[in-house]
Ligand binder design. Structure first.
Ligand SMILES: [Zn+2]
Length: 107
């Protein structure tokens, strides 16, 4: 089950479970209806990858680490995936772009 974040709603200020964008269920629906969702930026999951790596080295599972950081396992996997993509992009920039023929192929 996806853990729900709790806190004060950005729209009405009532403290309780938040659906998304820092809004509770009714305010999210109301903002969606009014086309005002853009006024409420997405709340970023607070994945601490450095800590996650440390916990993983201690043998903790991904779901255990996610629970510890109060994020979903998917958020943790996504953060790791994004980091991996950034690393790959960095590595790739040192190489010629894909599809570039080797000089040997050019007559
Ligand atoms: Zn509200």
């Amino acid at each position: 089950m996806r853990p729900r974040s709790e806190g004060p709603c950005r729209r009405c200020g009532r403290v309780g479970p938040l659906k998304a964008r820092g809004l509770d269920e009714s305010c999210y629906a109301a903002a969606h209806q009014a086309g005002q969702l853009e006024q409420y930026p997405l709340v970023q999951a607070r994945v601490d990858l450095a800590e996650a790596d440390r916990l993983e080295e201690e043998g903790r599972s991904t779901s255990d680490i996610a629970l510890h950081q109060n994020v979903t396992p998917d958020a943790l996997r996504l953060a790791r995936w994004r980091r991996r993509q950034a690393e790959l992009a960095r590595d790739a920039s040192a190489l010629p772009p894909p599809g570039t023929p080797d000089n040997d192929d050019i007559p």
